[in-house]
Ligand binder design. Sequence first.
Ligand code: NAG
Ligand code: NAG
Ligand code: NAG
Ligand code: NAG
Length: 414
Amino acid sequence: MAAKTQPSSSLLLIMSLFSLVLSTFVPSSVFSATLRSDIQTLESIIRSIDPSSISPSSYLSTWDFSEDPCEGAGTFLGVMCSFPLENTTSRVIEIDLDDDGYDGFLSDAIGNLTELTVLSLNKNRFRGPIPEAVFQLRKLTKLSLSENFFTGDISPEIMRLKELKTLDLSKNSIAGEIPPRISALRSLTHLILSNNHLDGRIPALNGLWKLQVLELGNNHLFGTLPKLPPSLRTLSICYNSLAGHISPLHRLKQLVSLDLSQNRFSGTIGHEVLTFPEISRVNVSFNQFISIEVIQVTGSRLRMLDAEGNHLQGHLPLNLATYENLKDINLRSNMFSGDIPRIYGKRLENSWRSLYLENNYLTGSLPLEFQKITKQIRGSLSNNCLQCPKNVTICQGTQKPKSQCTNAMQEGLE
Ligand SMILES: *[C@@H]1O[C@H](CO)[C@@H](O)[C@H](O)[C@H]1NC(C)=O
Ligand SMILES: *[C@@H]1O[C@H](CO)[C@@H](O)[C@H](O)[C@H]1NC(C)=O
Ligand SMILES: *[C@@H]1O[C@H](CO)[C@@H](O)[C@H](O)[C@H]1NC(C)=O
Ligand SMILES: *[C@@H]1O[C@H](CO)[C@@H](O)[C@H](O)[C@H]1NC(C)=O
């Protein structure tokens, strides 16, 4: 998060220098100080934080109320102000605190910073519910409260924040349902609610036509996939109890990264998923898929495919070898049968970095291509029904006992 807070502190520095330079040349009467009620609000904010959690090197330790918050040089780090026009007062437009472990509550007074566009308090120890007053901040474009101890629900009042582009409440203890009216926030590009205690179904989000990043992982969400906006580039909904087919994803042609792992999705992983033009990472591990369609491609950007722990059946997909940027493949703990394609050995020698195929029902002997590989590869073929020479590294570990392999042999011969 340091990288996130830096721009605003350096901006602040530039602004402070700028006003310093200005004040040397311009009669100071032109300058009016920060709006009185904004100063009072900043005082309320710091008062509701345990002083012993404010370390001497932190932003908040620079909040020196003997100076003007918008004009003091080197004070009030984490606060950005609007430039005052003639005869008007400066207003606080951003609060972007560092991650110093501030321990306390977010003061209700925050509602009085009516010009605030950014409120970012990531990685601290704020607790209690998110005050309703936050939803009066109509100009907010970024509300980022990640990695704190906020509790309570996401108030439906949130839909008042019509300018919001980024909403990040991840890694808190927020419960309840995702309010369906969240899809009224038409400007949202980032909706990040992962690692909370959210439950219920995911509401239809296709109204969020600018949404690029949707992260809802590690919650207690259930039900089927809702309608999602085709603008999505990152979709992560891992560690929930979502079920049903994933065909609603086929429209998401801009996806770069997809993580559906640790849910109860079933049916087929359609060929669309692996062939979105920009798709780079696909993690569908630990679901109940029974098949994966892998069609021949040219110019794929796919680098990682993780489909561990499903019920995938049939032969290993030969066409995987046509994904020219693929590096890491994990098909562990499925029900694949038949021989290991020789082309897999060639890919391992040339481009693939890891190949995990253990705990399937693969049969036959290890193709020579694998035995010729000289470089260090990560992978495993153990716990199959293979004849795998022990002196080949990737063959380490035992194979399944014959009794479990009889059926596999027959299927392999089909
Ligand atoms: C600013 O205030 C001064 C003194 O009150 C007044 O003379 C001037 O016209 C004002 N300027 C504007 C732009 O309102
Ligand atoms: C907000 O400002 C008003 C007017 O200055 C004041 O009466 C009120 O107490 C403030 N609200 C909070 C929560 O501090
Ligand atoms: C895929 O998801 C699983 C479960 O969430 C995780 O353990 C695994 O590391 C992920 N795979 C990759 C390659 O990131
Ligand atoms: C493994 O052992 C076989 C015979 O036991 C030998 O022909 C082969 O070259 C060895 N392979 C490696 C990679 O050492």
